[in-house]
Design a protein around this ligand. Structure first.
Ligand SMILES: C[S@@+](CC[C@H](N)C(=O)[O-])C[C@H]1O[C@@H](n2cnc3c(N)ncnc32)[C@H](O)[C@@H]1O
Length: 244
């Protein structure tokens, strides 16, 4: 019998590939899926702990927006060493939130975590010292991205940091082809078949809309963030940090 935690969702050929959703089936294989699909994921999660340690402030909130199973939440929780910090983890997938609550509850910590089932466009950001959005903005409606970032900025404390990790597009065709082909080879080498690679791409066509690094920088700066840095890149996946 196949391992129920190994991602084989797109292994069978389908006549029509439905749009990707973060449902119960994805939840059961999510950890395997994201590690085999996102180059640099493990590094970004490990460094999320370092950012949380460095930039969390006493008596503040730390947000994990699009928390999925809480990998970034758990990393932040292990990094935070200031008194009276609370993590608020938000996801709009019921299946993700319910499993995330179990994972968070299984670890003993002084740092409180509230796992909230909500759209990140609807929540209030308050007294935030650290905001983490790892691979989530790309799933948020492009026309609402500016206003979301502005609300996040407004809800942050001075000196606060936002960590934004995303898949990105390149305007130079040669670079786009290079980065994309390296990403697809990364997936093949991680055991995904041509059918899986092709069907997963199709399922994400209308769902994952990526911006360029330039667009991310301009958006962050336009809502007020200062000192916007690209601190990590692995092929077409990047992580940016910006400060209030
Ligand atoms: C690629 S996963 C994020 C991975 C996660 N941050 C991590 O580090 O492991 C994207 C997540 O964002 C959630 N999501 C997408 N759009 C959302 C929205 N508008 N509001 C809340 N959550 C959203 C999805 O349900 C999914 O769990």
């Amino acid at each position: 019998m196949s391992d129920p935690h190994i991602d084989s969702i797109y292994s069978q050929y389908r006549e029509r590939v439905p749009d990707f959703v973060f449902d119960e089936n994805v939840v059961s294989v999510f950890d395997d899926m994201i590690r085999r699909s996102v180059p640099g994921y493990a590094t970004v999660i490990a460094m999320t702990k370092v950012f949380a340690q460095h930039y969390s402030q006493p008596n503040s909130n730390c947000y994990d927006l699009g928390s999925s199973l809480g990998a970034s939440t758990v990393a932040m929780r292990r990094g935070i060493d200031k008194p009276n910090c609370k993590i608020i983890s938000v996801d709009n997938s019921e299946a993700m939130v319910s499993r995330c609550r179990e994972i968070v509850a299984s670890e003993v910590s002084d740092v409180a975590v509230d796992v909230v089932l909500a759209d990140i466009g609807d929540i209030e950001i308050q007294r935030a010292s650290v905001v983490v959005m790892n691979y989530t903005l790309q799933f948020f409606k492009p026309e609402n991205r500016d206003s979301l970032l502005k609300r996040i900025y407004d809800g942050m404390l001075d000196g606060g940091a936002i960590l934004l990790s995303e898949k990105v597009e390149f305007s130079d065709t040669k670079e786009q082809d290079f980065q994309l082909n390296m990403h697809l080879d990364f997936k093949r080498l991680n055991g995904y078949s041509e059918t899986e690679v092709a069907q997963k791409r199709k399922s994400l066509d209308n769902v994952l809309i990526s911006d360029s690094i330039k667009t991310h920088f301009e958006r962050l700066e336009s809502v007020g963030f200062k000192n916007v840095y690209l601190w990590f890149q692995c092929f077409n996946f990047v992580s940016i940090v910006a400060f209030k």
